[in-house]
Design a protein. Structure first.
Length: 556
């Protein structure tokens, strides 16, 4: 990352930066004036016993200092505002991008890991703002003002101070590679921790059931110790850099006394001039300190910038597509569709056409690929070969948001958001829940809760049973007005009575143009127009007689 990258990030804040620059001019003027006032206070006031002059000049110095500090406070206010807004902007953009990524990335790394790494990189990059990089011009202007005053006081001492600059640069160049290496290691250790934490995030119950508390705690300690060790190495390297730099600077500044003594003896410099020069010499050196510090910071965050660039290079779903889905869907078609994951074939050569009004069940053994077929339809997966069509248009040509509005879904892994039952059913703000329009065997679950629709469900529905979670998920799906109902193992936690009522609902309901049900329950198959069986990477339509499944089948 370069200073040019920093300036690009700060472009939207040009007005605020202009204000900071204006304030910097005032601070520079104060810095240039102060050494002369200090010199006169010593030479004319203290050394000649003029107490009134000393008092007056001290008051002037105090007023200038307070005024300068107030200006710097206003600068800091602008800096904080820019920093906070920039941080919010970067994190919001990253989170939005993460939510729009193609789902395959979350299968590989997990949502927490993918987003967590990006947010960590942003926090690292925000060191730019949090380490006063935004006010570098203010500091430089302040120092230039002081340097003008120092040169006027004595040009020879100014040359001696300037000779320290190449030494400080050399020390910084020696240490920067170590700092970069340690920064990269710290970033990698933090991302390894994110990956580990993502892996156990939803496994708390299994951790308890298998008595893994000590093992997981030990792993956590190991990760924390590794991060702490890397952080320690980085901090110590930075401390060594500061030690060498400050030691050289201190020794060099003390040399001013020696040179100043010769100049005073030769009557080429006053005592007050020497004291004022040494007092304000640090102002002349601080730009180098700041620039070197910023250079170090930029080196440290370079791996995070690279990581964030890779994150933004991840492909989003096709939100840019403008083609709307037709108001009436007449056909859904799979044409020679194959599905594979990490080189493993799941489904091969699926050809299937469904017409409006048909109800389709997908059956097969666990892991056979039933859910993968549904995920293709929902655009949560992509075929390795072949295409899906709706009304003879490839589904990837449709706007993704408009496309998904056509579906009401109960996923196999039902997620219940923390909040009330009402909030979980009314995920679409424009469709408030209508209890009278819902299935009775679902609404009776809510009626039995203490606060009905306002009952709190806990994190991921922890306060609900498996059956209650699935019934609320079904209500949520039915509450959305759409064309296609997709149910992936929706009754796996139902009791027999609820199962029978669900089958009756599927048999009689005609509010949707298409029905897709992934199921192990054979009793619902009699209500289906088509049954697709998935076995050994092949999907076949099962031929039925008298509304029952037999052994005869044909390739779809």
């Amino acid at each position: 990352m370069t200073f040019r990258n920093v300036f690009e990030m700060l472009k939207p804040y040009r007005v605020r930066m202009a204000i900071i620059m204006g304030q910097a001019v005032i601070v520079a003027a104060i810095s240039a004036l102060t050494p002369f006032i200090s010199r006169d206070m010593i030479d004319i006031g203290l050394l000649q016993g003029e107490i009134r002059i000393v008092v007056n000049l001290v008051l002037v110095l105090i007023l200038l200092h307070v005024f300068g500090q107030f200006i710097e406070y206003l600068q800091r206010v602008q800096e904080i505002n820019i920093s906070n807004h920039l941080s919010k902007k970067l994190k919001a953009e990253a989170f939005e991008h993460g939510l729009k990524l193609k789902p395959r990335y979350f299968k590989e790394e997990g949502f927490f890991k993918t987003i967590g790494d990006a947010l960590y990189d942003i926090s690292s990059i925000m060191m730019i703002a949090n380490n006063s990089v935004l006010t570098i011009f203010v500091i430089i202007c302040k120092c230039l003002g002081a340097m003008v005053g120092l040169v006027i006081l004595d040009w020879r001492l100014s040359i001696f101070v300037a000779a320290l600059v190449p030494i400080k640069l050399w020390v910084n160049l020696v240490m920067k590679k170590r700092i970069e290496k340690n920064s990269k290691q710290l970033m990698d250790d933090n991302k390894d921790y994110n990956s580990w934490f993502s892996n156990i995030l939803t496994g708390v119950v299994d951790i308890k059931l298998w008595n893994l508390e000590k093992k997981i705690s030990a792993q956590c300690d190991e990760h924390v110790n590794t991060i702490n060790e890397s952080s320690k190495k980085l901090s110590l390297t930075e401390a060594k850099n500061q030690l060498l730099t400050m030691s050289w600077e201190f020794a060099w500044v003390q040399g001013l006394y020696i040179i100043g003594a010769y100049l005073i003896v030769g009557e080429q410099l006053t005592f007050g001039g020497l004291i004022a020069f040494i007092t304000f010499a640090n102002y002349a050196l601080s730009p180098i300190n700041i620039i070197l510090a910023i250079r170090t910071i930029l080196r440290q965050i370079a791996p995070s910038v690279e990581g964030l660039e890779k994150f933004y290079a991840l492909e989003e779903e096709n939100y840019a597509a403008s083609l709307p889905v037709a108001g009436e869907i007449l056909t859904i078609e799979f044409r020679d569709v194959s599905i594979s994951f990490e080189g493993r074939d799941i489904i091969s050569g699926l050809n299937l056409k469904i017409n409006k009004g048909e109800k389709v069940a997908v059956v097969g053994d666990n892991g056979s690929g039933k859910t993968s077929i549904v995920n293709l339809l929902l655009r949560l997966d992509e075929p390795s070969n072949g295409e899906l069509f709706i009304n003879d248009v490839p589904i990837q040509d449709y706007n993704i948001e408009e496309y998904r509005k056509k579906f009401s879904v109960v996923s196999q892994g039902v997620h219940i958001f923390k909040g009330s039952v009402r909030e979980n059913v009314e995920l679409d703000a424009d469709t408030p829940v209508n209890m009278d329009a819902q299935l009775e065997f679902c609404t009776e679950v809510i009626d039995n809760l203490e606060n009905g629709l306002e009952s709190q469900v806990g994190s991921d529905g922890a306060k609900l049973s498996g059956g209650e979670r699935q019934k609320i998920a079904l209500m949520r799906a039915l509450n959305r007005k759409s064309s296609i109902l997709v149910l992936d193992e929706p009754t796996s936690n139902y009791d027999r009575e609820s199962d029978e009522k669900f089958n009756e609902f599927i048999r009689k309901d005609n509010n949707y143009d298409f029905y897709f049900i992934v199921t192990h329950r054979k009793d619902v198959l009699n209500s289906m127009d088509k049954v697709i069986e998935v076995n050994n990477r092949v999907a076949r339509e099962v031929k039925r007689k008298n509304s029952s499944v037999n052994d005869g089948d044909s390739a779809v």
